[in-house]
Design a protein around this ligand. Structure first.
Ligand code: FAD
Length: 284
């Protein structure tokens, strides 16, 4: 389908973006890679009379790794994440997850900022960022503020970002221990039926900490504190795995759609989480 008519803007700096957002209010939206927004416009599920392209805005690219944290500019693409050797070493779960998003054509255009700002429960990065305890920097008329990924998602396509704010960067504390991103999908290029992001720190033979987040199993990503807590202090044996899966199942709220009925989704979520924990534990 063809989208409704719209005005296209390509400002050179953030001041230009913010002033267009101020001028056009609800009628304006920023566009990053366009690989979620343009399909929505073509399907007429989103009408955007004023489209503000972020491609030429400076300061939104780059991956910076220091002793404590990783800063990823909002316009960094999923392909950039995959190709960045130092990032793959510092936070290998990012590469592992990015490789499971869509296909290479989408990953060349789709950005980290667009993926996390979109608010689609099917996007893979929101859950991943909750697992890693990331924070998002947004700038707006009042200046910049940080929002924790774990507090960002309110409902499907509803986030803590105000309409006149732009997400500029994602900051992640340097992860330690073992990781895994497991995703079940119907075919290559599909969104998840269920996905699990797991990061585990080991102390001797015991789990010292565990962070677990699930994707596409509620109208927001689900950071399951209870599932992580079920592993802490255990040797991640069968009983602990069962307890973690049970805790996660208590936190998700999937609905039936063309990826299957609720019971099937819960079953897949359990299998995926168990696999992800076992893999993260073996790498911890
Ligand atoms: P855009 O489409 O440009 O924007 C998406 C939304 O976020 C818009 O509302 C826009 O206004 C807003 N936005 C964008 N950037 C910012 C910003 N910096 N600040 C504030 N708001 C912003 N994604 C997955 O995670 N997993 C998949 O398996 C997957 N499969 C896909 C398969 C296909 C065939 C396609 C076309 C897409 C798929 N995607 C998938 C989505 C893809 O990863 C998108 O590119 C991504 O979700 C959005 O990134 P974008 O840069 O394209 O954002």
């Amino acid at each position: 389908m063809i989208p409704a008519a719209f005005e296209y803007y390509r400002p050179k700096d953030m001041d230009g973006v913010l002033s267009l957002l101020r001028e056009h209010g609800d009628d304006a939206r920023v566009m990053a890679g366009g690989h979620s927004l343009i399909p929505m416009m073509k399907l007429r599920m989103a009408e955007v009379p004023h489209l503000i392209d972020l491609q030429d805005v400076g300061g939104l690219s780059g991956i910076d790794i220091d002793g404590d944290s990783i800063r990823i500019g909002a316009m960094v693409t999923q392909a950039d994440l995959i190709d960045h050797a130092a990032l793959a070493k510092a936070a290998p779960i990012l590469r592992e997850a990015a490789l499971q998003i869509a296909d290479p054509q989408v990953r060349y255009m789709g950005t980290v900022g667009g993926n996390v700002a979109n608010g689609d429960p099917g996007n893979d990065m929101p859950g991943l960022m909750q697992c890693l305890d990331a924070s998002f920097t947004v700038v707006g008329p009042e200046g910049a503020r940080e929002i924790a990924a774990r507090d960002f998602y309110e409902a499907a396509y509803m986030t803590a970002r105000e309409d006149d704010e732009v997400l500029t960067a994602v900051t992640i504390p340097l992860p330690s221990g073992g990781h895994a991103y497991e995703k079940q999908k119907r075919k290559i290029g599909d969104y998840a039926t269920a996905a699990a992001a797991v990061q585990i720190v080991k102390d001797g033979d015991t789990c010292a900490s565990a962070a677990i987040a699930m994707t596409n199993l509620s109208d927001t990503p689900v950071f399951s504190e209870a599932a992580g807590a079920a592993l802490v202090g255990t040797g991640v044996d069968d009983a602990a795995l069962k307890a973690a899966v049970a805790a996660m199942l208590g936190d998700i709220d999937p609905s039936e759609d063309n990826r299957g009925p609720v019971a099937f989704k819960k079953h897949v979520a359990g299998v995926i989480l168990r696999r992800a924990i076992e893999r993260a534990w073996s790498r911890a």
